[in-house]
Write a protein that binds this ligand. Structure first.
Ligand code: ATP
Length: 338
């Protein structure tokens, strides 16, 4: 199984190396046969090759089974926004769940943001002049239907409730998004459908987040609500995400390159949970159970490290280094299997 790897910038190389050590461990223990292929991209690649996403890297990504990506700095737009469009990775899946012993505003948060990844204002069709700036808000039936199907399919594996996020009272384009999503949802018997204005969702996330199971959102609202959600669960350093199509998956943490911190103390758990998410996706796609088992053991190890609470990075109130956390995760996984 070929996995292309983008180490990224800032804390990227540190947290990606940490997650790869974990992946190598489970690959050996569960016989996954993972092979990692370095695909440089981002600010470092721009410096080294003159391009944020060099052709040779794009080729490696296209020829791999999945891409495992770290955070990217200033050139994020040239890499991730481009890859989402180029590979048509239309579904951005971002789970948010509170962990035992991690300080957060609420204890029982467990929802997933399913974000349309290819259109809306982020299609970046703009016109700029000295006295004006215009951006096109694009919502199409086909792309709304397919992201809605992802959300409602996922609902069957969860608590069967989908909240459609929009701003249909101000922009008819978002009312169009809502109407199509509702149309799709009606074909899924037993799933509760609600729709809510994005400003109310932002409020409800603070005062009553446990009411949500799946949030189905257009591109920009999903981007903004994700950071709010990450804050709710205690640290953006604990968040993972998938960008998927029927053919390919690219996995990355929700957080950025965090240029303001010492990489030696970056929290690697978001990137490690991203590894777990990637294995889960491979397991469904290739119908390989051992990948699901490996995915679960990684998640369990993260939960255990957080629950023990003695080896935590500074964002979680501890003083441990990235490497200490990585070692503790690997020790847990090894112990579990002996
Ligand atoms: P970028 O410009 O690449 O998006 P950023 O610093 O503006 O980076 P984030 O990386 O999302 O945005 O970070 C928001 C805050 O959370 C920053 O203060 C950052 O240091 C912190 N942070 C993000 N990820 C981690 C992590 N893995 N471990 C510790 N702190 C983190």
């Amino acid at each position: 199984m070929k996995v292309s790897v983008i180490y990224g910038d800032g804390i990227g190389p540190k947290v990606v190396s940490s997650a790869l050590r974990v992946l190598e461990e489970v690959s050996d223990l569960y016989g996954l046969g993972l092979e990692f292929i370095d695909a440089p991209a981002g600010d470092n690649a721009l410096r080294d090759y003159g391009e944020a996403l060099p052709k040779h890297s794009l080729e490696k990504i296209v020829n791999s089974d999945a891409c495992f990506k770290g955070p990217i700095g200033e050139t994020a737009r040239d890499v991730i926004v481009f890859l989402r469009q180029y590979l048509d990775l239309y579904a951005n899946i971002r789970p948010f769940k509170t962990f035992k012993n991690v300080k957060s505003f609420w204890r029982d948060i467990d929802f997933v943001i399913v974000r349309e990844n290819t259109e809306d204002l982020y299609r970046s069709v703009e016109d700029l002049g000295p006295d004006h700036a215009v951006a096109l808000l694009i919502i199409t039936r086909r792309r709304t239907e397919r992201i809605a199907r992802v959300a409602f399919d996922l609902a069957y594996r969860r608590r069967k409730k989908v909240t459609i996020v929009h701003k249909g009272n101000v922009l008819r384009s978002y009312a169009f998004f809502r109407d199509i999503a509702v149309e799709v949802g009606r074909r899924y018997s037993g799933v509760v459908i609600e729709d809510m204005y994005v400003d109310n969702v932002a409020y409800q996330l603070i005062v009553n987040p446990s009411r949500f199971d799946i949030l189905l959102t257009p591109n920009m609202f999903g981007d903004i609500l994700s950071d709010e959600a990450a804050g709710l669960i205690g640290s953006i350093g604990l968040t993972s995400s998938a960008n998927i199509s029927e053919e390919f998956g690219l996995f990355e943490p929700v957080h950025g390159s965090a240029p303001d911190i010492n990489p030696e103390y970056a929290n690697p758990l978001g990137q490690i949970l991203t590894a777990s998410m990637m294995l889960e996706w491979i397991s469904y796609r290739k119908e390989r159970r051992e990948f699901m088992e490996a995915s679960k053991v990684i998640r369990e190890a993260v939960e255990k490290v957080l629950e023990d609470g003695d080896v935590l990075t500074p964002d979680l109130g501890g003083s441990a280094r990235t490497d200490d956390v990585t070692l503790k995760i690997i020790r847990y996984i090894k112990k579990k299997l002996i």
